[in-house]
Design a protein around this ligand. Structure first.
Ligand code: UDX
Length: 454
C-alpha cells in the first residue's frame, strides 16, 4: 500500500509517485539520481551487491562527470536509497523504471533480453498495489509487447498495472545533463492514466520546454534504435567520404565544416576518424540488423551492414597507418597509444576502437604501451596483456610511432616538442583528427590523419 505521505489525485494517482529504478549501471544510476534531484523519493535496485554498496556509500562505480556530487546530495537529502531487495522496493513504489542492460548476445547480433525479462518478472511478481512499469532500456521492436504478457501472467490479481516504454537518449560523459534536460520525452503505449503519471514525473523538464512525443509501443522502441542508427550512419558516411578525401588529396575536416553549415545536415557527428564504439551504437545497429531481418525489412539490414563495415574498416586503416610508420612491420616495434576509452570523458572501454587497435597491434607482435587519463583500470581489466603507463610521457617513451586514439584534452594540449625528445621516432597517427598538425610538424613530427592525403 502507498504510505501515508502519498496523497492521491481525483483519478486515484499517487502524488508525488514514489519511484524505483531497476538496474544501476550508467543509465539507471544516473536516472535514479536525476529523479531524486527532481524531488521524488527514489529506490535504486540492482542484483549486484557491490554496485549497491558503492552507490549507497556515495561512490559511483564508473567515471561520469558531475554524477558523484549529485549522488552525494541526493543521499544526504534522504530522497534516494539503494537496495538489492527488489520485493520491498517494488512494494514501496508506484512507478518502476527498467534500466537494465541489453548487451549484444554472445552467439550473434541479437540483443540479450534476459535482464529486461528478469527485471519485468521481478517487478510484476512483487507488486502490492497499482503501478506503472516504465521501460527505458534499448530493446528490439516488439519486446515491450512480450513483456506485457509476462506482466499479465505474473502480477497478482486485483492489481492494476500498465507497462509503457520511455526510451532514454543520454550520452555517456554528459549523462547528468541529458537526463535532467532531455531534448525529447517519448511516451510509448501510455493510457491517459500512465501519461498523467509520467507527465508528473517529468514535470520539471516539460516546464523547461522538453517536447513530449506520445506514441504506440513499437514506435517508441524504434525511435531509440533509429536515433542511434542515424548517428552511426552519419559517422560512417563521413568516414567513407574521408576515404575519398585521402585518395583525392582533399581535407575531410574542412569538408565537414562546409557541409555542416547546411542546417539540414548539421556539423555534429561529422568528425571523421577511428569511428564509433561504446556500449550503445555498435550493439544497437547490430540488434536493428537482426530484428529488421526477422521482420523482412532487408533494406535496413543492408544499410546497417555497410555502416558497421565502414566503421570497423577504420580500425584496420589505423593499424595499416601504424604499420606503414614502422616501415611495414610492427613486430618488436614500440608503439605508444594515447587513449583507451571509446570517447573522452568516460572510462568505458566497451567495444572501444582505441583499445581494439591497441590489442590488434599487440597481437601482431608490437610492444604496445597505453595511457588513458580515466580508463586505465577498465582497459587493464579487459586487456590485461597490454602494458599500461601512468602518463602521456611514459606511454610515448622510446616509441617508433605514437597513436592518438581517444581525443582527451590532455593529449590535444600536450607539448609536441617535449614529447619529440622522448620518442624513438617522431611519427604520429592522429586517428581523431583533432590535433594541430602544423604545430606538431613544426616540432619535428610526421603526422598522419584520416581523411587527409599523406
Ligand atoms: C550514444 C548516443 O549519442 C546517445 O544518444 C544514446 O543514448 C547512447 O548512444 P554514447 O554511446 O554515450 O551515446 O556516445 P556518443 O557520444 O554518441 O559517441 C559514440 C561514438 O561515436 C564514440 O566512439 C565517438 O568517438 C564516435 N564519434 C562521435 C565519432 O567517431 N565521430 C563523431 O563525429 C561523433
Amino acid at each position: 500500500m502507498p504510505d501515508s505521505t502519498v496523497e492521491t489525485t481525483t483519478d486515484d494517482r499517487p502524488t508525488p509517485p514514489r519511484i524505483t529504478v531497476l538496474g544501476t549501471g550508467y543509465l539507471g544510476a544516473t536516472h535514479a539520481v536525476a529523479m531524486a534531484q527532481l524531488g521524488f523519493d527514489v529506490v535504486g535496485v540492482d542484483t549486484d551487491p557491490a554496485k549497491i554498496t558503492a552507490l549507497a556509500n556515495g561512490k559511483v562505480p564508473f567515471y561520469e562527470p558531475g554524477l558523484p556530487e549529485l549522488l552525494e546530495q541526493s543521499l544526504a537529502s534522504g530522497r534516494l536509497r539503494f537496495t538489492t531487495d527488489v520485493a520491498s522496493a517494488v512494494a514501496d513504489g508506484d512507478v518502476h523504471f527498467i534500466c537494465v542492460g541489453t548487451p549484444q548476445s554472445k552467439s550473434g547480433h541479437a540483443a540479450n533480453l534476459s535482464y529486461v525479462e528478469a527485471a519485468t518478472t521481478a517487478i510484476a511478481r512483487h507488486l502490492t498495489h497499482d503501478a506503472v512499469i516504465v521501460g527505458k532500456s534499448t530493446v528490439p521492436v516488439g519486446t515491450a509487447a512480450r513483456l506485457r504478457e509476462i506482466v499479465a501472467q505474473q502480477a497478482p490479481a486485483g492489481v492494476r498495472v500498465e507497462l509503457v516504454w520511455n526510451p532514454e537518449f543520454l550520452r555517456e560523459g554528459k549523462a547528468v545533463h541529458d537526463t535532467l534536460h532531455p531534448d525529447r520525452i517519448v511516451l510509448g503505449g501510455v493510457s491517459a492514466y500512465a501519461e498523467a503519471v509520467l507527465r508528473e514525473v517529468y514535470a520539471g523538464p516539460i516546464a523547461e520546454g522538453s517536447p513530449v512525443v506520445v506514441t504506440d509501443l513499437p514506435t517508441a522502441e524504434l525511435v531509440k534504435v533509429s536515433a542511434n542508427a542515424f548517428l552511426a550512419t552519419k559517422i560512417s558516411f563521413i568516414n567513407a567520404i574521408a576515404g575519398v578525401c585521402e585518395a583525392a588529396g582533399a581535407d575531410v575536416t574542412v569538408l565537414a565544416d562546409a557541409i555542416g553549415h547546411d542546417k539540414r545536415i548539421g556539423r555534429q557527428f561529422l568528425d571523421a576518424g577511428l569511428g564509433f564504439g561504446g556500449g550503445c551504437l555498435p550493439k544497437d545497429i547490430r540488434a536493428l540488423m537482426h530484428r529488421a531481418g526477422e521482420l523482412g525489412a532487408h533494406r535496413a539490414v543492408g544499410l546497417m551492414q555497410q555502416v558497421d563495415e565502414i566503421n570497423m574498416g577504420q580500425r584496420d586503416h589505423v593499424i595499416a597507418m601504424a604499420t606503414e610508420a614502422c616501415d611495414g612491420s610492427v613486430l618488436n616495434r614500440r608503439i605508444g597509444v594515447l587513449g583507451a576509452a571509446f570517447k573522452p570523458h568516460t572510462d568505458d572501454v566497451r567495444d572501444s576502437p582505441a583499445l581494439n587497435v591497441a590489442a590488434a597491434l599487440h597481437l601482431r607482435g608490437a610492444q604496445v604501451t597505453v595511457f588513458d587519463p580515466q580508463a586505465g583500470d577498465t582497459a587493464r581489466a579487459t586487456f590485461p596483456t597490454l602494458s599500461y603507463a601512468t602518463s602521456t610521457q611514459e606511454a610515448v617513451e622510446g616509441a617508433d610511432v605514437v597513436l592518438l586514439l581517444t581525443e582527451w584534452d590532455e593529449f590535444l594540449q600536450a607539448d609536441p616538442a617535449q614529447l619529440a625528445a622522448l620518442v624513438g621516432s617522431a611519427h604520429l597517427v592522429d586517428a581523431r583528427g583533432k590535433i594541430d598538425a602544423a604545430t606538431w610538424r613544426d616540432a619535428g613530427w610526421s603526422v598522419r590523419t584520416l581523411g587527409r592525403a599523406a
